[in-house]
Design a protein around this ligand. Structure first.
Ligand SMILES: Nc1ncnc2c1ncn2[C@@H]1O[C@H](COP(=O)(O)OP(=O)(O)O)[C@@H](O)[C@H]1O
Ligand SMILES: [Mg+2]
Length: 257
């Protein structure tokens, strides 16, 4: 079996009375592209914040590259793009990229930055402009550019396509294909099922903090005898949770209890 890059077992997280994660298992193998799908409020962002130790979990175990997630070195090989990414308003695009790359111990290279901006259809003069003058889509592209420039083994992207027009979405998918070719691993969230279907090898449906499904987008459709992923998804979240339709061979200790 291939090496697990991410391993989450029985992860629970509450915000007061809201149970955001009710004992979630997730495993992502090296080189795998996994899309976390779910309606707004399903728990996707909470899962990512727990993974990265931005939130303390109430229960469960998490490892990244075999390192316990509470250890800072667990995050050394990953790049993360948060949901609703907002760079410090007083920076220029170039300042921001320099800062982000310095955090991961890398050097800012003007040419690589310009090429990445062009690849994401962000005009080159954006580098000299303060980010506060950017539109929402430009800001998102800058965040993606910084993430893709800090070359890592694992990319964790929370709603990477949000605020992007169709051209930009297509360009981002092109960049993701490049990451795949380079052997990287991807965990991303999206409430846009078409993006999940197109980008991922495996989708995990999260609903009300419970994992409802793990398998290929195609197997989700086949299971519910639906041609459209939207319809299959709706059937899935209307049914009982706890991965009853899991077609993935990974063992689930929590499911056997
Ligand atoms: N900081 C918070 N305080 C209280 N409740 C929160 C907080 N963040 C998220 N929640 C709640 O937890 C649930 C999961 O939210 P979230 O992880 O953001 O879902 P998603 O990313 O799938 O839209 C929702 O019910 C949301 O309202
Ligand atoms: Mg979210």
């Amino acid at each position: 079996m291939s090496e697990a890059v991410i391993r989450m077992r029985g992860v629970r997280k509450r915000y007061g009375r809201t149970e955001a994660l009710a004992g979630v298992d997730l495993e992502v193998a090296r080189g795998e592209f996994v899309g976390l799908a779910g309606v707004n409020g399903a728990g996707k962002t909470t899962l990512i914040k727990c993974l990265l130790d931005f939130l303390a979990v109430d229960a469960g175990a998490i490892e990244i590259f075999g390192v316990r997630h509470r250890e800072p070195r667990a995050r050394a090989r990953l790049a993360f793009l948060p949901e609703r990414f907002v760079p410090p308003y007083y920076l220029t695009g170039e300042d921001f990229l320099r800062y982000l790359l310095s955090l991961s111990g890398e050097t800012y290279r003007e040419r690589a930055a310009r090429e990445m901006l062009a690849a994401l259809d962000l005009e080159p003069d954006a580098l000299a402009r303060p980010v506060r003058s950017y539109s929402k889509g430009m800001t998102q592209k800058l965040g993606l550019a910084g993430t893709f420039l800090s070359r890592r083994d694992l990319y964790v992207l929370d709603e990477p396509m949000s605020g992007l027009d169709p051209k930009a979405r297509a360009l981002v998918k092109g960049q993701l294909a490049g990451l795949r070719a380079a052997g990287a691993t991807l965990l991303f969230t999206s409430h846009a099922l078409a993006d999940v279907e197109e980008v991922c090898d495996r989708m995990v449906v999260l609903h009300r903090g419970v994992r409802y499904f793990s398998g290929t987008p195609r197997s989700l459709c086949e299971h519910y005898a639906e041609r459209s992923i939207e319809q299959a998804f709706l059937h899935c979240i209307e049914g009982p949770g706890h991965d009853r339709h899991n077609d993935n061979a990974e063992p689930h200790a929590a499911d056997r209890r």
